[in-house]
Design a protein around this ligand. Structure first.
Ligand code: MLT
Length: 405
């Protein structure tokens, strides 16, 4: 029999959202008469915008004619989309990111895991605690986790986030090589101001660390003091990779399209000390292991940069933010301490008696008929919390929250 990657044997049960889905399905099959409202995974519910659908229909038509047919696309993504991103997401905001710094992906999750291919197996990784589980799970699969002791991996540096620090972690005592940061944060829903994020950029510059900045939720930022891109901070292009997605912004969870910025100013070193550009390594990795996002999804994504597309993004993110406000208010009125939900679609909540997260998940499911994501699935510091998502429809959100009364 084939020898397998031992690191899989170290992974916790199943992937967090698969486990939540399994438990919800189990409850549903035992209680077929009960209505269950999904408030767990951050999966969007509102349809694609007409401008996107039109662009995708046109793309399909292109593929049906020999004159406009597209086979393999560029592994980095089509220039029309990379140019639109560089212009609208960066240059128009005064940030010098060029098309060659941008790589189109099939979504943030894949790239957040795949980036581990380009840094050394010996790199020490730091994650916020709690954090989106992909950072830790991928670190374990790649063999950088060490051993699990008391809910923590021995080789991972945890950046503790709790109510006492407003869920904004302190700079680490021990130096990490790679630091995963996510703002607006999944799961806590907390966003970060420029002054605060500047500390991390300075830290990374002074310590030769690489920041992998997950800004999948930047479109939910409404407050001008809050950072949307890490490259708003001077010098960040020398230490940070930024990962983004159209999933939550424009209903692309099923379509699959996102992008990752690996600035050409970002350098690393081989073990022999020779310097190398991370952009060239990522390009090499992508050209070898990825054939690009589909032409159809990239045409759909490009339509988001039209005036109509931008208006629709604002409208849909306002709608989901409205849901998050409803959730936060309902939880607060029911005796929970609720965080996030401003500049973010997620609400993070706990009860005073510090009940275990899975127990809380079970109670809410059985008593109120809606699911949540147990905070402990995001790391040991998440225990006692649940996360609710603003991505359901307004009607379902109101119905679920009315049950709390
Ligand atoms: C979440 O619920 O945290 C996200 O939807 C999961 C994901 O984006 O993969």
């Amino acid at each position: 029999m084939i020898a397998v990657n031992d690191n899989f044997g170290c992974l916790p049960m199943s992937y967090l959202f698969s486990e939540v889905g399994r438990r919800v399905a189990g409850f549903k099959s035992e209680n077929p008469e009960r209505e269950i409202i999904r408030m767990d995974i951050g999966d969007v519910t509102q349809p694609l915008f007409p401008v996107v659908a039109e662009a995708m229909h046109k793309a399909i038509n292109d593929l049906t004619c020999s004159d406009s047919f597209h086979g393999y696309g560029p592994e980095q993504g089509y220039l029309f989309l990379r140019e639109a991103i560089a212009l609208h997401d960066y240059k128009s905001r005064g940030i010098q990111i060029e098309t060659d710094d941008i790589f189109i992906s099939d979504g943030a999750k894949s790239d957040l895991g795949n980036l581990g291919d380009i840094y050394s197996k010996n790199c020490k990784v730091a994650v916020m605690n709690p954090a989106y589980p992909v950072y830790v799970d991928d670190t374990i699969i790649d063999g950088r986790g060490g051993e699990l002791k008391n809910g923590k991996w021995s080789e991972i540096i945890y950046l503790e986030c709790d109510p006492s620090n407003g869920f904004l972690p302190a700079l680490p005592q021990e130096k990490p090589d790679v630091i995963f940061l996510c703002f607006p944060n999944n799961p806590t829903g907390v966003a970060i101001e420029k002054k605060e994020l500047s500390k991390w950029v300075d830290y990374a510059r002074n310590n030769n660390s690489l920041i992998i900045y997950d800004s999948a939720y930047e479109a939910f930022v409404r407050d001008e003091r809050i950072v949307k891109s890490i490259y708003e901070i001077e010098g960040a292009d020398q230490i940070a990779i930024e990962v983004r997605s159209f999933s939550k912004t424009a209903g692309f969870t099923g379509v699959r399209c996102g992008y990752t910025v690996v600035p050409r100013n970002l350098k690393g070193t081989y073990s022999n000390g020779e310097a190398v550009s991370l952009n060239s390594l990522w390009n090499r990795r992508q050209t070898t292991k990825f054939n690009g996002a589909s032409y159809i999804s990239q045409c759909g994504a490009a339509a988001l940069y039209t005036e109509e597309g931008k208006r629709d993004i604002k409208k849909i993110t306002d709608y989901y933010l409205g849901n998050a406000h409803i959730i936060k208010r309902a939880l607060t009125n029911s005796g929970f301490k609720a965080y996030g939900g401003e500049n973010s679609p997620y609400v993070w909540a706990s009860l005073a008696d510090n009940i275990d997260s899975w127990e809380l998940f079970d109670k809410m499911l059985k008593r109120f008929g809606f699911s949540s994501t147990p905070g402990s699935g995001f790391g040991s510091a998440g225990n006692g919390f649940i996360r609710l998502t603003g991505f359901n429809s307004r009607e379902n959100t109101e119905r679920a929250m009315s049950k709390l009364k």
